[in-house]
Design a protein around this ligand. Structure first.
Ligand SMILES: [Mn+2]
Length: 319
């Protein structure tokens, strides 16, 4: 039986669901969480949508249903019997939500990361999909549920976010077709692009300037690295992409200090160096061109460790 059919049966047969996505939820993670909630509501099921960090507000506040998502501090109001984990390659990436999951046989894993650990009882993992929202679209179709404007907005947002506004190599014909259908249903691409990419706070742009002032190059200009050595509550999404805008840079890294003494490392690649392999060495993961992990130590130590792993990956890829 194919995974899509199994996933649909899993949703039909359950009643009380926990829905979750990865730590530092991004546009696809949140939008797929919300779209899945709308799907279950349409099917008459009960569901709770949880994330392990505070729910990111601001740039995602335009997403319908966002106030329904809650951060898992304290007990759940009722006990879910099944869970759907969205856009999450492994259970470590779920953070504290992992503790709330029912046994693995009652977990549906819906994702598009090629390094997904297949941790669910059912694993609908499609690396060829642009985004988890694209897979949600297939589930809606398979269940014969028509989309309304709110679902369309979520699905469009996930695809637009994960393709970098239809610029990355995962911008397939299918992704564009689905996005086109969502526009037919009333989604405004200009408004979504504006909300996702063009509405940063003045403080976030100051932080970007600070991070860029730390820019250093390695491996003859093929590797660029920036960092922020103090904890910031600002949304730093997209900072690392600026480094990849530099001609000649093949791998970009952004190290950002977190509470508790570790650094969150975001990695980007132009394509020849699979950065998910680098992140994997530190217990992280992601896609070949976009990945992340955590590294411990002070800034010098963290930079040294990540740079060593990048150097080796660059050498292995022969660029
Ligand atoms: Mn995704």
């Amino acid at each position: 039986m194919d995974a899509l059919k199994e996933a649909c049966d899993f949703l039909r047969e359950g009643d009380r669901f926990l829905l979750a996505t990865h730590r530092n939820a991004d546009g696809d993670g949140l939008a797929s969480l919300l779209a899945c909630g709308m799907l279950l509501r349409r099917m008459g099921k009960s569901y709770l949508m949880v994330v392990s960090d505070p729910v990111p507000e601001g740039r995602y506040s335009f997403l319908p249903g966002l106030p329904e998502v809650f951060s898992c501090r304290g007990p759940l109001p009722w006990r879910p019997e099944r869970a759907v984990v969205l856009d999450t390659p492994n259970l470590e990436r779920l953070g504290d939500v992992t503790k709330l999951l029912p046994k693995a046989g009652c977990v549906l894993n819906v994702d598009h990361h090629e390094d997904n650990a297949f941790f669910g009882g059912i694993n609908l993992v499609l690396p060829e999909a642009s985004s988890t929202c694209e897979i949600l679209h297939s589930i809606f179709s398979s269940l014969g549920l028509p989309l309304d404007g709110d679902v369309a907005l979520c699905i469009y947002t996930g695809i637009a976010f994960d393709t970098g506004g239809f610029r990355f190599s995962n911008t397939t014909s299918k992704a564009l077709h689905i996005a086109g259908d969502m526009v037919e249903l009333g989604v405004r691409p200009d408004e979504v692009a504006d909300a996702l990419f063009h509405r940063r706070s003045p403080e976030a742009i100051r932080r970007l300037a600070e991070a860029l002032s730390s820019l250093e190059f390695h491996c003859g200009g093929k590797v660029g690295m920036i960092s922020l050595d103090d904890v910031t509550s600002e949304d730093t999404e997209g900072f690392v992409d600026m480094v990849l805008f530099v001609d000649g840079v093949e791998v970009a890294a952004f190290l950002r200090r977190m509470d508790g003494g570790s650094f969150r490392v975001s990695l980007r690649s132009r394509g020849d160096v699979p950065v998910n392999k680098i992140a994997g060495r530190f217990g992280g993961g992601g896609h070949p061109r976009a990945a992340g992990c955590y590294v411990h130590g002070d800034i010098c130590e963290a930079k040294r460790r990540i740079l060593e792993a990048i150097r080796e990956a660059v050498r292995c890829s022969g660029i």
